[in-house]
Each structure stands twice: as structure tokens, then as C-alpha cells.
Design a binder for this molecule. Structure first.
Ligand code: ATP
Length: 435
């Protein structure tokens, strides 16, 4: 049994860097929790505090319900695997894996048995006599995993363990790692900046940004109902289309979402229309993933947007068309740094642009981390709007591999209204909210 809880945990380094800002997170027994976020968002610092390698500045780390702030790493029954795993070059694979058992004074007989069990489970049973230099990158990573697992830790902490490997091997190992930890029933916290890794491996994903926790949920929850605009923009490929919309309520009929040159209409009997109607006369952000858009004939019924294909990308199994629908796009870039406010409509640009800069939490010359207090990513300085990159909105639409259309062609897409996401000017999800 092993659970982890972070209660209001903040980490401020000596130079004043706020790496982790008032985080609350519970990891259940046997759960595979992935900490996901861009470089520098504080993932490793969280992991290191759980391991006892860093002390929280404030707040508590609880292991199995007991405050563990004062426990040394050794006292925590934790095993860690890092990106830069170091094997002992002069030792065989068998000795590398068995090293922690030797330190713990486990006799040779049972030690050999445990080594063979672990090596078998990791598929490296046939290389036990080799030295690390005689192994492939993937085999070396498996040895590092074996060395961590062999002590049967209560908690497994992994910090980007696959990032040095090529993509084929990464895909293979991520299935193995999640399978193995589940088989062993070991609670695992796994750090990555790779959303594919997070969505495929995790029981739950915790998404961080500039030290602040943005959302926690199953992969289906965080992808399907992202709590913030940032999470919406971070997860998914192609990125979610995020368009600025002015809201106009036509009571008892519909809520109009004016996207610039075109509009979408949320029927009044749609349960979300009441929440969105709250923003009558204001601007919000409407999110639509590519899977919510289906190419149709121009005169097709229902919610249809017309546009001109600006460019096409061929991805082998599919093509992506980027469609100019005369709307204003809100772009939150992958690493959370400057938000580009893109517009074919100049009106309102400045205000929402500022909002989105606040949402991004920094600009090129603003502090790299959030202010303390749990809401730092929404209170940072405004950037110089002149430094923002601007271009017209491009709506990503999935097409067949050889779609028979090309740049410059007109395209109509039907919008699945039930698959729209709505965010307010702070970047929070507008919803009647259930999970
Ligand atoms: P990466 O994916 O690149 O490893 P991360 O999300 O794990 O990034 P952390 O390593 O936790 O991020 O770092 C969070 C922030 O704290 C960064 O701004 C980093 O520069 C800063 N930081 C980390 N360690 C220290 C330290 N010892 N002193 C000062 N600042 C630090």
C-alpha cells in the first residue's frame, strides 16, 4: 500500500524562483499518475520533493497518510528512474540489477532468484552476463528499471525515463512500463512533457504550467473536458481550434456565437446554452477539435462553416486542411510562452489579447514563473502587444489522405455543436460542469 498526497506544496528556490506553487494532489494506491507539462513547469521539482531530494518551502508531502517532510529519501521506500540513468559500467547486468539487494544484505540464492524474475519480466533475461557497454539503449533502460524494481518499492518515481530513446523504442517501452507497474501494483508517478506518453500510459494525468496545477483527471477527462484553455491547447494533435466569439443571446431560441464573418448557434435547449448566455455581449473562446469538424456539401443542413483552404499538410494516413473562416484565433503555444492573438478582426483584439497574455502568464520579457498564491498564471504582467505574432485564424480540419482539394479551394465543414468547448476570458472552462 502506498499513497502520496501533496497539501499546499510550494517550492521557492534560493534565487527566488517559484518552481512549484501551492499544489494539491492525491495519488491513489497502485495508481499510475503522470505529471505532464512543458519544460521548466516544475514537474521534476514535485518528484524530487516526493522523493525527499528537495524540501518543500511550505506545505506537506504525505506518504501513506503520514507527513513525510522530515523523512530522508532512504526512509521513504521509493525507487527512482531518471532520464540520465547511470549503470555501473564494470558490473554485469545481473550485478547491476542485484546491487540494491546486495547492499540490503540479501543472500546470493534469493538474490539471484529475484534478479532472474525481474530480468525475465523486462525481457532482458538473456543478457544477464553482459556489461552495459554491450547493450542497446533500450536494454540499458530496462536494466535501470530492473535495478529500481528489484527492491519492490512502495512507490516508483520516473523522470522522463524514455526521452533519450528513439521513438519506436519509446512506444514499445511505454507499454512495457505501464504494464509492469500495474502488474506489480506499484504506485507510480511518471514525469513527461510528451502528451502522447501521458495519454497512453496514465490512469490519471496532472497537467502543470509554471508551477501551477491546471487540471487532473483520466486521459479521457482532461482531453474531453479540459478545465482550462491552456490544457485544451496543450493536449491533442492537431491542436484544438480556439476561436474568439462574441456572445449574443436570443432568448428562448438560441445563443449566437459570432466568430467574425460567420456564426454558430447553440440551441436554447442545449444545457450549456444557459452557462454561455451568461456572457451576453462579451467575448469568449470557443474550442473545436478537428474531430468535431466534418467536410460536407456547401448546402448541408445544420451548423456549417465555410472557408477557403489556406494550406494542406499530408500526413500519410490523413491530410489536414487549414481553413480560413474569417475568424479570430487565440493561440496558446505549446510551452505556454507568448500567446499569439491572431485576428482578421481588429476590434476587441487588444482586450482579449491582454487577457490571453495574462492567461499565458508571461511574455518574452516577463518573469519565467508565476507569482505565488495559486493563481499566479492569471496575474502576471501584461506584455507589449506589439511583440505578438499575428496571422489569420486557420481551422484544422481532417481530410482523407488524398483529398482531391488543394490550397485556395473552398471547403464547408459541419460543426458538431455538442463537441464545442467554451472558455471565459480568464481561460477557465465555461460549463454547467460535471465529470
Ligand atoms: P524539465 O522538463 O525541463 O526537466 P521541469 O518541468 O521538470 O522541467 P523543474 O526542473 O522542476 O521543471 O524546474 C522548475 C523551475 O525551477 C525552472 O524554472 C527551473 O529553472 C527552476 N529550478 C530548478 N532547480 C532549481 C534550483 N536548484 N535553483 C533555482 N531554480 C531551479
Amino acid at each position: 500500500m502506498s499513497t502520496v498526497s501533496l497539501k499546499d506544496v510550494t517550492k521557492v528556490f534560493q534565487d527566488g524562483t517559484i518552481a512549484v506553487d501551492t499544489i494539491n494532489l492525491d495519488v491513489n494506491d497502485g495508481e499510475f499518475m503522470v505529471l505532464l507539462g512543458p519544460s521548466g513547469c516544475g514537474k521534476s521539482t514535485v518528484l524530487r520533493m516526493v522523493a525527499g531530494l528537495e524540501d518543500p518551502s511550505t506545505g506537506a508531502v504525505l506518504l501513506d497518510g503520514e507527513v513525510a517532510n522530515d523523512l530522508s529519501p532512504r526512509e521513504r521506500r521509493i525507487a527512482m528512474v531518471f532520464q540520465d540513468f547511470a549503470l555501473y559500467p564494470h558490473m554485469t547486468v545481473s550485478d547491476n540489477i542485484g546491487f540494491p539487494l546486495r547492499l540490503a544484505g540479501v543472500d546470493q540464492g534469493p538474490r539471484g532468484e529475484r534478479i532472474r524474475d525481474v530480468a525475465g519480466a523486462l525481457g532482458i533475461g538473456d543478457v544477464l552476463g553482459r556489461k552495459p557497454s554491450q547493450l542497446s539503449g533500450g536494454q540499458r533502460q530496462r536494466v535501470a528499471m530492473g535495478r529500481a524494481i528489484v527492491r519492490r518499492p512502495g512507490l516508483f518515481l520516473m523522470d522522463e525515463p524514455l526521452s533519450n530513446l528513439d521513438s519506436g523504442l519509446r512506444a514499445e517501452l511505454r507499454a512495457e512500463i505501464s504494464g509492469l507497474t500495474r502488474e506489480l501494483g506499484v504506485t507510480t508517478i511518471y514525469v513527461t512533457h510528451d502528451q502522447a506518453e501521458a495519454l497512453t500510459m496514465a490512469d490519471r494525468v496532472a497537467i502543470m504550467r509554471k508551477g501551477v496545477l491546471q487540471d487532473v483527471g483520466t486521459p479521457t477527462q482532461v482531453y474531453g473536458r479540459p478545465a482550462t484553455l491552456y490544457v485544451a491547447a496543450f493536449l491533442g494533435s492537431p491542436r484544438m481550434n480556439l476561436l474568439e466569439a462574441s456572445v449574443y443571446v436570443h432568448l428562448d431560441r438560441y445563443v449566437a456565437l459570432n466568430l467574425g464573418e460567420q456564426a454558430l448557434y447553440l440551441p436554447w435547449d442545449d444545457i450549456r446554452s444557459r452557462a454561455v448566455a451568461h456572457y451576453h455581449g462579451e467575448r469568449i473562446v470557443v474550442g473545436m477539435r478537428a474531430e468535431a469538424l466534418t467536410p460536407v456539401a456547401p448546402d448541408a443542413p445544420g451548423a456549417v462553416l465555410q472557408g477557403r483552404i489556406r494550406y494542406l499538410e499530408h500526413h500519410g494516413h490523413e491530410s489536414l486542411a487549414f481553413l480560413d473562416v474569417g475568424a479570430t484565433a487565440i493561440v496558446v503555444d505549446e510551452i505556454g510562452t507568448p500567446v499569439e492573438h491572431v485576428s482578421s478582426d481588429q476590434r476587441g483584439r487588444r482586450r482579449l489579447g491582454h487577457v490571453m497574455q495574462r492567461l499565458a502568464g508571461r511574455s518574452g520579457d516577463a518573469p519565467a514563473v508565476a507569482a505565488p498564491g495559486g493563481d499566479g498564471n492569471r496575474t502576471s504582467v501584461l506584455a507589449d502587444p506589439g511583440r505578438h505574432h499575428r496571422r489569420p485564424a486557420d481551422l484544422a480540419v481532417r481530410l482523407a489522405p488524398y483529398p482531391g482539394v488543394s490550397a485556395g479551394h473552398s471547403l464547408s465543414v459541419q460543426v458538431r455543436m455538442d463537441a464545442l468547448h467554451f472558455f471565459d476570458e480568464r481561460g477557465d472552462r465555461i460549463d454547467v460542469g460535471w465529470r
